[in-house]
Design a protein around this ligand. Structure first.
Ligand code: 13P
Length: 249
């Protein structure tokens, strides 16, 4: 059985102090939640202190990235092994902001995914088309390539640990959400592609929707059969909104 997940990607927001306060509020307000796994993805600098606050609560700790090399002379990078050493359980990999602003190719993303998995970290692998690609009706082909060039190169046991996030670039931070029907269409397509390679195991993959997901629209989007939760940006910076989204199941 696949699980429902609501993950908060804080991006480059909050000081450590603000982050610890935010995660403490999130813990407090999440007490009566059931039927959904919460994950928070604070910046690297906050992982240890926020991780200490969520210890034993069932809330998962995620990084927003990891290095594509295991160790060595890569100034400024943070390795999957270092993250595993401070109890990071998930890593967002292939976010469109990383693909676009830091030129992360599918080849680089595959290296990151392999290193995350080798260190016991579950990747939250992001895919999604930009506005041009959607307008030119190329979204299916773009997503297929993103999946085939990365996820298809993992073995069956590792595949079980991967979470997919569909984030249409045109919906991220724009206030423009995909309709529930658009999300379902792509999510079921993603599952179909995955099942061609991994068979029935694809039924257990959690596929999250991301892009201007809010308390007001989460219920409708999450009601679709292939939408197993959300990867939340802006709204995860407010504990009330984040929890309201998680209660939409
Ligand atoms: P917003 O929810 O702010 O649109 O961001 C979505 C996102 O990029 C999550 O990774």
């Amino acid at each position: 059985m696949r699980i429902n997940i609501v993950a908060g990607n804080w991006k480059m927001n909050t000081t450590v102090e603000e982050g610890v306060k935010l995660v403490s509020e999130t813990v407090e307000k999440s007490k009566d939640l059931s039927n959904v796994k919460l994950i928070v993805a604070p910046p690297f600098t906050h992982l240890a202190s926020t991780g200490a606050k969520i210890k034993g609560t069932g809330i998962g700790l995620s990084s927003q990235n990891c290095a594509s090399e295991a160790k060595g002379a890569y100034t400024g990078e943070v390795s999957a092994e270092m993250l595993a050493g401070i109890n990071v359980e998930y890593a967002i990999i292939g976010h469109s902001e990383r693909r676009e602003y830091y030129n992360e190719s599918n080849e680089i993303l595959l290296k990151k995914i392999k290193l995350a998995l080798a260190n016991g970290i579950s990747p939250i692998f992001c895919v999604g088309e930009n506005l041009n690609e959607r307008e030119e009706n190329r979204h299916f082909e773009v997503i297929k390539k993103q999946i085939e060039e990365v996820v298809f190169y993992t073995d069956e046991n590792d595949f079980e640990k991967i979470i997919i996030a569909y984030e249409p670039v045109w919906a991220i931070g724009t206030g423009k959400t995909a309709t529930a029907e658009q999300a379902q269409e792509i999510h079921s397509y993603i599952r179909k592609i995955l099942s061609k390679k991994f068979g029935k195991k694809a039924e257990n993959t959690s596929i999250l929707y991301g892009g201007s997901c809010k308390p007001e629209n989460a219920k409708e989007i999450f009601s679709k059969p292939d939408v197993d939760g959300g990867l939340i940006g802006g709204a995860s910076l407010n504990a009330d909104d984040f929890i309201a989204i998680a209660k939409s199941f």
